[in-house]
Write a protein that binds this ligand. Structure first.
Ligand code: FES
Length: 107
């Protein structure tokens, strides 16, 4: 089964097969609608907001997707398995996504 992905901010669409990762499907379609980085959930570059549709995701680092963000539809495209047609918005990565995370201690 195939699902249709619409990236609203880029006005691009591509198809993803059932059980295929969102980011992988976009790359296979030779598109650049979502930024590609490590492909493994570590850099945060592929952060998107899912506006409509059903999906499953593998565990995502809280450094890139907080619990609140996850609840409001933010996800890492390299960790997302669509389960139906999706409408998403890309380019939600943090400017410093590639930088090493700074740990601040709150007292
Ligand atoms: S590509 Fe690095 S987190 Fe998805």
């Amino acid at each position: 089964m195939n699902f249709q992905i619409l990236v609203t901010n880029r006005q691009q669409t591509f198809t993803v097969s059932e059980g295929e990762l969102l980011l992988h499907a976009m790359e296979k379609a030779c598109q650049q609608a979502i930024k590609v980085g490590c492909r493994g959930g570590g850099c945060g570059l592929c952060k998107v907001k899912i506006l409509q549709g059903r999906y499953q995701s593998k565990r995502m680092s809280k450094a890139h997707i907080s619990t609140e963000e996850q609840a409001s539809g933010f996800a890492l495209a390299c960790r997302v398995f669509p389960e139906g047609d999706l409408v998403i918005e890309s380019d939600h990565f943090d400017e410093h996504a590639n930088q090493p995370t700074q740990v601040s201690v709150v007292k």
